[in-house]
Design a protein around this ligand. Structure first.
Ligand code: FAD
Length: 221
């Protein structure tokens, strides 16, 4: 909801002014607002995404609380969240399994989440074991359901961190920019970095000036 013009007009209302179309002056104004940290005009524009991600990524995403709602449907509240929780039998469980060449070593610096990729041969071993572990979990889950155990308890058998969940994220432009500023960084987990890149690709065309200022491109991009 909204555009770069929304940001400019939200600021211009202080002078009882409004632009019908984004002008060079509006662009300069947005740049000024971003540079000086006048954040409130950026909160009048809202974006909504449907996200499908492993629970480990969702857990990190859900920490963005201010100016964000994680919800199903299109409610207007910015203080609630919902996701497909598996209390009810809904979608088939789907799991994130890294490819054999995607397993990363423990980091040398403890502040970093992971280090260099490990050799593919060793990756194959972990890939195989993870698949086996998930299959066993799914088997026990199905068994529990077939035996009449309720879904909200049967789900205890599903390996949770890699299980995909689906939710709606509705957030102010400022909140989206805050998420991007943190999760595009190299110290964010690689998996959430990939989602942050996707969010950037989706939001940039809608708010090119504001995003360009709030999330400046790095030299190497
Ligand atoms: C690399 C990395 C590693 C992390 N590791 C961990 C971890 O190990 N464990 C963990 O629990 N979390 C971790 N986090 C999450 C982190 O602690 C934040 O919860 C998350 O990044 C969301 O940011 P936030 O709190 O600024 O967002 P929001 O809650 O959306 O807040 C947005 C902004 O609003 C302002 N704000 C928020 N609350 C108030 C308030 N009460 N008064 C005034 N201003 C306020 C602040 O400026 C804040 O930055 C990590 C995050 C990153 C990026």
């Amino acid at each position: 909801m909204g555009s770069d013009l929304t940001v400019a007009n939200a600021a211009r209302v202080s002078y009882a002014k409004e632009s019908a179309e984004l002008s060079e002056r509006d662009i300069r104004l947005i740049k000024f607002l971003a540079k000086e940290g006048h954040t409130s005009p950026f909160r009048h524009a809202i974006a909504q995404f449907e996200i499908y991600a492993p629970l480990m990524v969702a857990r990190q995403w859900w920490k963005y609380i201010v100016g964000s709602a994680h919800q199903e449907g299109t409610g207007d509240s910015l203080d609630a969240w919902n996701e497909s929780s598996r209390r009810y039998v809904t979608e088939e469980p789907t799991f994130y399994i890294p490819q054999a060449d995607e397993w990363r070593s423990a980091p040398e610096n403890s502040k970093q989440g992971s280090g260099d990729p490990i050799e593919t041969e060793r990756g194959k071993y972990f890939n195989y074991n993870l698949r086996k572990y998930i299959q066993q979990g799914e088997h026990l889950y199905d068994l529990a359901l077939e035996s009449g155990i309720c879904a909200e308890q049967a789900r205890l058998f599903l390996p949770a961190y890699g299980m995909y969940v689906r939710w709606y994220w509705t957030a102010s432009l400022q909140s989206v920019a805050h998420f991007l500023a943190q999760r595009l960084e190299h110290d964010a987990q690689v998996e959430i970095q990939a989602y942050a890149k996707a969010i950037l690709t989706l939001i940039e065309p809608r708010f090119p000036v504001a995003i360009g200022e709030l999330i400046p491109k790095k030299e190497d991009e």
